[in-house]
Design a binder for this molecule. Structure first.
Ligand code: CAA
Length: 258
């Protein structure tokens, strides 16, 4: 692959978008390579995925404006659909995904972070949905995920004004979970990944599924979604071992994903 790098760290994997000459802007090739890289992940080995951008300036500076500039409506529809498909695949991966936002996360870059489960930013991160300043709407899910995450009032302000916000404001809005100095970002994300990976993988995956599938549903249906995932964890080796360990006053784990 030309624009995606992959690195494995114990139970976590790091996918890096590396198109630094364009601040990791998401052109069709990057989107296709991201899709292929996601398809190639082995979830028997990976318990957490981290997504980041290469270089010191950008997570991703958005969809590629050069590529979009001359698109017809038909081409734009296909481009938007494809981006949405790949981001949705990322959002619904069986394992948690952490966005390590290491700089500009603009337009499609912010939307990529929004498709992840958890966002951790470096102090130099900058977020915006600047699409209306380019004569378009957000196209990779921003009008839908941003209001769901931070509430419609603030999301509308960001989406209507195209304003850029810094990491500290993103933190206060709940757009990111934590902010660290740039040089600590990846190690802090790996630490978080390690903490997640230390728990029973079947239970972590079931928790993700319960949240993602239940969140848009009416509460009576939503708790049913949880009930299915809750029951599914029982009779697994990890559940039996962990509960036995508790009763015998031993530490649970290591978990086996069985
Ligand atoms: N698309 C294509 N190329 C981009 C790009 C993008 N989104 N963002 C940056 N680049 C390119 C620049 O054209 C430049 O290339 P050249 O060196 O060949 O000229 C290179 O990256 C470096 O960028 P700058 O010289 O502009 O760097 P800077 O430090 O002065 O500014 C920036 C950085 C503020 C991020 C600025 O590049 C910028 O505003 N980029 C565009 C951000 C944007 O509007 N993103 C939203 C796109 S629309 C979208 O994403 C739609 C959607 O929802 C799907």
């Amino acid at each position: 692959m030309e624009y995606i790098r992959f690195e494995k760290h114990d139970f976590a994997a790091v996918l890096t978008i590396d198109r630094q000459q364009a601040l990791n802007a998401l052109n069709s090739q990057v989107i296709e390579e991201l899709d292929k890289a996601i398809d190639g992940l082995n979830f028997d080995e990976i318990r957490v995925l981290i997504v980041t951008g290469a270089g010191e300036k950008a997570f991703a500076a958005g969809a590629d404006i050069g590529e979009m500039a001359s698109m017809t409506r038909e081409e734009a529809r296909a481009f938007g659909r494809r981006g949405n498909e790949v981001f949705r695949k990322l959002e619904t991966l069986p394992v948690p995904v952490i966005a390590a936002v290491n700089g500009y996360a603009l337009g499609g870059g912010c939307e990529l972070a929004l498709a992840c489960d958890i966002r951790i930013a470096s102090e130099n991160a900058v977020f915006a949905q600047p699409e209306v300043s380019l004569g378009i709407t957000a196209g990779f899910g921003g009008t839908q995920r941003l209001p769901r995450l931070i509430g419609p009032g603030k999301a509308k302000e960001l989406l209507y004004t195209a304003s850029r916000i810094k990491a500290g404001e993103a933190l206060s809005l709940g757009l990111v979970n934590a902010v660290y100095p740039r040089e600590e970002l990846l190690s802090q994300c790996l630490k978080l990944a390690e903490k997640i990976a230390a728990n029973a993988p079947i239970a972590v995956r079931a928790t993700k599924k319960a949240i993602n599938e239940g969140i848009g549903k009416e509460m009576n249906l939503a708790i049913e979604v949880e009930a299915v995932q809750f029951a599914g964890c029982f009779e697994t080796r990890d559940q039996l071992n962990a509960m036995t360990a508790f009763i015998e006053k031993r530490k649970a784990g290591p978990f086996m994903n069985k």
